[in-house]
Ligand binder design. Structure first.
Ligand code: GLU
Length: 488
């Protein structure tokens, strides 16, 4: 059967060697999107055959990361299929079965050499300035395989390989890439090279999406497919994720950290999903903000790019803000409330009314929820809940030589605001605007804002007055006025 007619099956196959980072998650997203788009199946497979590199807790961590991003798997470590477990260490019988088939065909043999002997071959090759290829030292006769020695492939045909990659087009590599690679190690576990091919076969995987760094190994993989006489799936090599300056691959320091750290920082999973899909794939339009369903609908293999895509943290933040703004007001408020330090939410002046009025200011300034926490921690919103301790130095408008000139202005402002309509920042603005125009905007609005907030930088004075309300506004104007009066 032609692969186009088969139901699409994709898989994401991480090794449990630590947390999932940006690159791995992007591979998972592309595999997931394509399966969903085609009405197919998406498998999460754990490749845990290198027991030395395994990190305890990784499988749980991987599942938690994918769950956070709403990437559901049809089969996974917690959901075996008719093909059995999705954890390689629980599939050893399958690898053995195919290994024995290869032995029967004369296409696999136990490696008879000691480590020292192999090292000597390597040195020989080096002395002759030739690449070390195990097949040049293949023994003439093969022993029985009792599992105590590594089992190697007898590469079926040393030839130039030409193959199709859905992203890269036609690729080829010479015989120097082919060797008698290890299929099963002496510890009984298969190598990645062998295991993933058996799993993909048994799980019916039709499309393999993985990082393009695997292209170099492709001839080896193809020689295993050929030895087993099984058809090739579709190979889809994904471009690397580069640093924003595109000078090299994204490293740990540039943002390739644990994906769940982004959750802690207050990124939305929807934004992260959207962002990662746009690295190395594009929809062919200018549209950048997508829901998951829209992405499933739009995704296609032919728009995966060959060249690397840059990781731009500013774009991630912008997308996060866009996704935050598409949340309902109540959901948004719930996230904000979680981000505000408890010492504020416990204040008697932390009222529903003030929070509600502050919300547009928070929305305007927030890209990720950590911004809310930081703003509170650096006391940016203290003015909402407590009267400021105003410094005369800050209160003085820079063009005024003397802070005393602010006193009559504050007094006049108080007079105007006593009868003003406080139902919106705009109504407050109209109450004082003519006066500010006539007296000088900075001369009036600077001391007004500082009297209300105590801060050099804050939202505009009308918004501040609206948030804190008429009583507090008048009291704070009076307090600043009194303070000037006491100054020499
Ligand atoms: N276990 C491999 C890795 O973590 C997966 C490669 C593949 O998808 O075939 O890199």
């Amino acid at each position: 059967m032609n692969s186009i007619e088969k139901k699409v099956v994709t898989r994401f196959a991480p090794s449990p060697t630590g947390f999932l980072h940006i690159g791995g998650v992007r591979t998972a997203i592309f595999s997931y999107l394509y399966a969903k788009k085609m009405g197919g199946t998406f498998i999460l497979r754990i490749e845990d055959t290198d027991k030395e590199r395994e990190v305890a807790g990784s499988i749980e961590h991987i599942m938690e990361s994918l769950r956070w991003l709403n990437i559901e798997w049809d089969y996974g470590p917690d959901k075996p299929g008719t093909f059995g477990s999705c954890i390689q260490s629980e599939r050893l019988a399958s690898y053995k079965k195919y290994a024995l088939q290869l032995i029967d065909k004369g296409l696999a043999y136990p490696d008879p050499y000691t480590k020292e002997e192999v090292e000597k071959f390597r040195q020989d090759a080096e002395a002759q300035k030739k690449p070390f290829l195990f097949r040049n030292y293949r023994p003439e006769t093969f022993d029985e395989w009792d599992g105590s020695k590594p089992l190697r492939l007898k590469v079926p045909e040393v030839k130039r390989y030409v193959w199709e990659d859905a992203v890269r087009g036609q690729l080829e590599a010479g015989e120097e890439m082919l060797d008698d690679i290890v299929l099963i190690k002496s510890d009984g576990y298969p190598t990645y090279n062998f295991a993933h091919i058996i799993d993909d076969l048994e799980m019916g995987v039709t499309h393999i999406m993985r990082a393009d760094e695997f292209i170099a190994s492709q001839p080896k993989f193809l020689s295993i497919y050929d030895a087993l006489e099984i058809p090739y799936p579709v190979f889809v090599s994904l471009p690397p994720i580069l640093r924003d300056d595109r000078t090299k691959k994204l490293g740990k320091r540039d943002g390739a950290k644990d994906i769940l750290d982004y959750r802690t920082e207050g990124y939305l999973p929807e934004a992260m999903f959207n962002f990662l899909t746009l690295i190395g794939w594009n929809p062919g339009t200018e549209k950048e903000v997508f829901t998951k369903d829209e992405l499933i609908n739009e995704f296609d293999l032919h728009r995966i790019q060959k060249s690397g895509g840059a990781f731009n943290e500013e774009k991630l933040k912008w997308l996060n803000k866009e996704h935050l703004n598409s949340l309902s007001a109540s959901k948004y408020k719930e996230l904000v409330l979680k981000a505000i330090p408890a010492k504020y939410t416990g204040l008697p002046s932390f009222t529903e009314d003030r929070l509600e009025k502050l919300m547009p200011v928070i929305r305007e300034r927030t890209h990720i929820m950590a911004d809310v926490t930081t703003a509170f921690e650096v006391c940016e919103y203290d003015f909402v809940f407590t009267d400021p301790d105003v410094s005369l130095d800050i209160l003085r408008f820079k063009k005024d030589p003397d802070v005393h000139s602010a006193a009559p202005r504050l007094q006049h402002l108080a007079l105007l605001l006593e009868t003003a309509d406080f139902s919106s920042p705009d109504t407050i603005k109209s109450a004082v605007w003519d006066y500010a125009e006539q007296e000088g905007r900075g001369e009036v609005l600077w001391p007004m804002r500082v009297a209300l907030t105590g801060l050099e930088r804050s939202p505009d004075p009308f918004t501040v007055a609206y948030i804190i309300g008429q009583t507090d506004t008048l009291r704070r104007l009076q307090a600043a006025y009194d303070k000037i009066g006491h100054a020499k």
